[in-house]
Ligand binder design. Structure first.
Ligand SMILES: [Zn+2]
Length: 178
């Protein structure tokens, strides 16, 4: 590749380093013309095959844009979305496949989105899985309910008991009956 400083079309690799998870290789290069150094990162290409059969490169920003709509009005930050997209990419890359159908990418989104925000999850799942009736929502909600460990359910609505010095905190079981 071209030297980013002087556009010389040749460069020499002076160091190669594999990322901890083995998914990328970082190479340190030196330009023989101007002597300056720069880095390149090598990643296996990953294609998403759309319903039409057309493939396009996997893109985290596409994941983020797709999920962001479902997160409107929800307490989800840009950082949350970036982390979700990263998790989705890691899941897909861990499968070892060089190509993946778009609907499988959607499936890979559902898991992390469910952990992030359950309302956004239901919105996303209703579009993505073509919910047609209330029964579809009911079964998705029933599934969500059956997955939530009791301890997490009370912590997620932000009403954790405040511990004050010396005073014993209320037992958490009393918080659950509203
Ligand atoms: Zn150069």
């Amino acid at each position: 590749m071209y030297c980013p400083f002087c556009r010389n079309p040749d460069s020499r690799v002076v160091d190669s380093r594999l990322a901890d998870d083995g998914s990328t290789i970082k190479r340190r290069r030196q330009c023989p013309e101007c002597g300056r150094r720069f880095s390149t990162v090598e990643t296996a290409s990953l294609s998403v095959i759309k319903r039409s059969g057309v493939g396009e490169p996997f893109s985290r920003s596409k994941i983020i844009n797709g999920v962001r709509k479902a997160c409107q009005g929800r307490p989800v930050t840009d950082d949350d979305l970036a982390m979700l997209a990263q998790e989705v990419e890691e899941t897909i890359r861990a499968s070892g496949a060089a190509e993946m159908a778009a609907n499988e990418v959607g499936l890979a989104i559902l898991g992390p989105l469910q952990k992030l925000d359950q309302v956004a999850y239901l919105r996303f799942a209703s579009v993505y899985q073509d919910f047609e009736s209330l029964a579809d929502f009911e079964s998705a909600i029933a599934q969500l309910r059956s997955q939530i460990p009791v301890g997490q359910a009370s912590a997620s609505d932000g009403q954790e008991p405040v511990r004050t010095g010396g005073k014993a905190a209320e037992p958490s079981s009393s918080v659950q009956d509203r």
